[in-house]
Design a protein around this ligand. Structure first.
Ligand code: F6P
Length: 540
């Protein structure tokens, strides 16, 4: 890895020059000039077709971006990750979520030990347990079947399982529902249990550290709710833990026999394939979960072995970085044309923004360029009737990912045609827009023309998959994981720590003391005033 500042590299300067010269070029012209453009800028792997032709790039730009990836050591860092090196340097940890989805025959050494047997052993315990719950062989304390599983966890211990539960709706057990409690707002638990019978409810307390305030608070409240109805002795049948911290699980008063472990080399936002996926496995079953892991693994292998020009996550990461660092784009929209992927943008927010929301490099030096973009989105077509106006005619550059599936996600092929027509039309409209001339020919009144012109030239990627299955979900998530990795490697940041979230946690506890009158910490006038108003008006 070179120690040169990123911006001093000749390839960076060259890309900067290309970006400056790019202004004024329109996607319309690029497609007119090159009838093969879609074929040349479309790549398929693991059942994912990635059409990146509607982007502000040509072969020269692409060559520059690929050279940048090489010079910044993307492949070396990737290989270091797969080799179990401590690439999460600030926490001195390996980054081995890829080991979670390796087949049982694989070998993967982390800190001198092959971890695949341990991973498989936990998966087997998860499979045994989830099968018992699914088949009604794991019963509540009063002998009733479990009908609802509530995952109590936050961040990476919540977003993946919730996203997957919605995404894999059609594969879920018909008589077992999943609910999620993350927020420390008691309304979350109150809402989740409002219509439930405690005797039919199983809580999965999911926390890597088992110290997270929100999760521990909600777990205690859930325990009280259960004990009120069924008594203390019922807890063991209705609570299981997922964590890396056996001691904390024990200290919390939970039976470690009903604990599913994982390892510190699995980052929270990369943990949906670990035991954190227990609720997912209860919902979809061990077989479907295994298929999901196979999808992840297929994309891992693609990322590991495909040449960079054919490497989907590398291409995606480079294109994101191109808009971010050379055109000042601040955000990226993720637009799944699939209702079942409604929580996918929220999942990607943590994946991308917690990973790459950094402002110093691996050596602690200030980054000379912008790092991770803001990620946001909603399912199409809902977004079309909400914020797409800004995408089409606003002043900001917002590159978009449009994600679609060939097979319908519900039993109406005709409606699916409508959905897909919208996806394809939106990508077309974003890129090519509508000119004043076209509007005039259609008879638009002159006075309206300036308001109705859509300038087009708005870049987008289209990600097309056959069907939304456990396998393809794995492919899709791993695709984004490695895109994040690629960008982080180019910036030379630690994409696997999250020190920035710690400050708020510490301050919240200090302020809690102030609220409860246990301390009077010094604060600024705004904080003091807010505290005083809240204290004067609060009920307890
Ligand atoms: O918000 C910070 C964070 O540490 C995330 O990285 C993590 O996913 C989440 O909190 C939950 O942590 P835990 O699984 O330890 O409860």
């Amino acid at each position: 890895m070179t120690q040169h500042s990123l911006v001093d590299l000749a390839v960076w300067q060259d890309l900067r020059g290309q970006a400056a010269a790019w202004h004024g070029r329109h996607l319309k012209d690029l497609f007119r000039e090159d009838p093969q453009r879609a074929e040349r800028y479309g790549v398929e792997a693991c059942g994912l077709y990635f059409d990146f032709s509607k982007n502000w790039l040509d072969d020269r730009v692409l060559a520059g971006l690929l050279k940048l990836a090489e010079e910044r050591g993307v492949t070396a860092r990737r290989d270091a990750m797969f080799a179990g090196e401590h690439i999460n340097a600030t926490e001195d940890r390996a980054v081995m979520h890829v080991a979670l989805r390796m087949p049982p025959s694989a070998r993967c050494v982390v800190d001198g030990k092959d971890v695949v047997p341990e991973v498989q052993a936990v998966l087997q315990r998860m499979a045994d347990f989830s099968t018992r719950v699914r088949e009604g062989r794991w019963l509540g304390a009063s002998g009733k079947r479990i009908r609802t599983v509530i995952n109590i966890g936050i961040g990476g211990s919540y977003l993946g399982p919730e996203m997957a539960y919605h995404a894999l709706r059609r594969f879920c057990h018909p008589q077992i529902g999943l609910r999620f409690v993350a927020n420390v707002d008691a309304a979350a638990l109150e809402r989740a249990v409002a219509d439930l019978d405690p005797a039919e409810t199983l809580f999965v307390v999911a926390s890597k550290t088992f110290t997270t305030l929100e999760t521990m608070t909600n777990a205690r409240a859930a325990r009280e709710w259960l004990v009120r109805a069924l008594g203390e002795a019922a807890v063991a049948q209705h609570f299981v833990a997922v964590s890396t911290n056996t001691e904390a699980v024990r200290a919390f008063g939970m039976d470690t026999e009903h604990m599913f472990g994982f390892w510190d080399w699995v980052g929270g936002r990369y943990s949906m394939d670990s035991a954190i996926g227990l609720s997912t496995m209860i919902a979809v079953g061990a077989e479907a979960f295994t298929e999901m892991l196979a999808g992840f693994h297929a994309m891992d292998e693609h990322f590991r072995s495909a040449p960079l020009r054919q490497n989907l996550p590398v291409l995606h990461g480079l294109i994101s970085l191109w808009y971010n660092d050379f055109f000042g784009a601040q955000s990226q929209a993720v637009l799944p044309y699939a209702q079942d992927l409604s929580r996918f943008p929220a999942y990607l927010q943590q994946l991308q923004m917690e990973s790459n929301g950094k402002s110093v490099d691996m050596h602690g030096r200030a980054l000379p360029v912008d790092s991770g973009m803001v990620i946001w989105g909603e399912p199409g077509t809902d977004g079309q009737h909400s914020f797409y106006q800004l995408l089409h005619q606003g002043t900001r550059l917002i590159p978009c990912d449009l994600i679609g599936f060939v097979e319908p996600l519900a039993d109406s092929a005709a409606q699916h045609d409508l959905l897909m027509a919208n996806l394809i039309a939106q990508a077309e409209a974003l890129a090519f827009g509508k000119t004043a001339e076209e509007l005039r020919q259609e008879g638009a009144p002159d006075a309206q023309i300036p308001f109705r012109v859509c300038p087009g030239n708005r870049p987008s990627n289209v990600l097309l998959l056959d069907a939304l299955t456990p396998y393809s979900l794995g492919v899709l998530v791993a695709f984004y994981e490695h895109s994040v990795f690629t960008q982080g490697a180019i910036w030379d940041i630690d994409s696997f720590d999250q020190w920035g979230v710690e400050l708020g946690k510490v301050l919240a506890l200090r302020i809690l003391d102030d609220i409860q009158g246990k301390a009077q910490h010094p604060h600024d006038s705004s904080t003091r005033q807010l505290l005083a108003r809240y204290r004067a008006a609060r009920r307890n």
